[in-house]
Ligand binder design. Structure first.
Ligand code: 13P
Length: 254
């Protein structure tokens, strides 16, 4: 069995100022000195990408954006392209976060275009899926996830190849920013489902290589239990990534 390297990612959302981003990134980078065996990634707001890149230089921390447009350039007022993210030093980009899907009406089709554009440019997508509380309580979790996966990874499916560096993130909407975490077994059940979907849609090698992160109220005290699950390959952390101490504790969970 291929051992997947854990990834702990901090999604800062629309939070820190440029100055706060510099100190947050600097403290995280300084606290990573003796760290081995875990990848770490930070996703600051667009405005702080440049300063965070400098603050994490030589630390081994990966830089990610929180969104991108699928076109390279053109008349798309207010948008940022993948090419621009690469120019800013990003190696990764979060795509299809539930806040983008629900608050900004992003469709699976748009997310599919973004995933395709990101990988053509050499940016690694962190593609998010997840069900709402209503969908879970109605017993529709797996149907919803299958539809999100099928449609938002349609370009990969149509060629039968998904770059193994692609990262998926399961973020149940009901667990985001609510303090309500999926139990380790609830999360594992969904992660297993996603891995089986990868195997059916691509092949067993892809399924064994692609990392699937869990996101939704990850905190220092629940990280170890979540990370002990076979199909959970890391965490996408929101609120707790905004405090250097709690993010460093999550990184050092083991
Ligand atoms: P919280 O960790 O604040 O629940 O946010 C999770 C998230 O949305 C990460 O992308």
């Amino acid at each position: 069995m291929i051992k997947r390297r854990l990834l702990i990612a901090g999604n800062w959302k629309m939070n820190p100022s440029i100055d706060d981003s510099v100190s947050l990134a600097g403290e995280i980078a300084a606290g990573m000195d003796s760290l081995k065996g875990v990848d770490v990634l930070l996703a600051p707001p667009f405005t702080a990408l440049g300063v965070v890149r400098e603050a994490i230089k030589d630390s081994g921390i990966f830089l990610s954006a929180q969104n991108m447009h699928w076109k390279t350039n053109g008349a798309f007022t207010g948008e940022i392209s993948g090419a621009m993210l690469i120019e800013t030093g990003c190696t990764h980009v979060i795509i299809g976060h539930s806040e983008r899907r629900n608050l900004f009406h992003e469709t699976n089709e748009m997310i599919d275009l973004k995933a395709k554009a990101a990988s053509l440019l050499g940016l690694i997508p962190i593609l998010c899926v997840g069900e709402t509380l209503e969908q879970r309580e109605g017993g529709h979790t797996f149907k919803v996830l299958k539809e999100q996966l099928d449609l938002s990874l349609n370009n990969y499916r149509s060629v039968g190849i998904m770059p193994p560096s692609t990262i998926l993130a399961y973020e149940p909407v009901w667990a985001i920013g609510t303090g309500k975490t999926a139990t380790p077994s609830q999360a594992q059940e969904v992660h297993r489902f996603i891995r089986e979907w990868l195997e059916t849609s691509f092949d067993s090698k892809t399924a064994s290589q692609v990392r699937i992160l869990y996101g939704g109220s990850v905190k220092p005290d629940n990280t170890a239990d979540l990370m002990s699950q076979e199909d959970i390959d890391g965490a996408l952390v929101g609120g707790a990534s905004l405090k250097p101490d709690s993010f460093l504790q999550i990184i050092r969970f083991s």
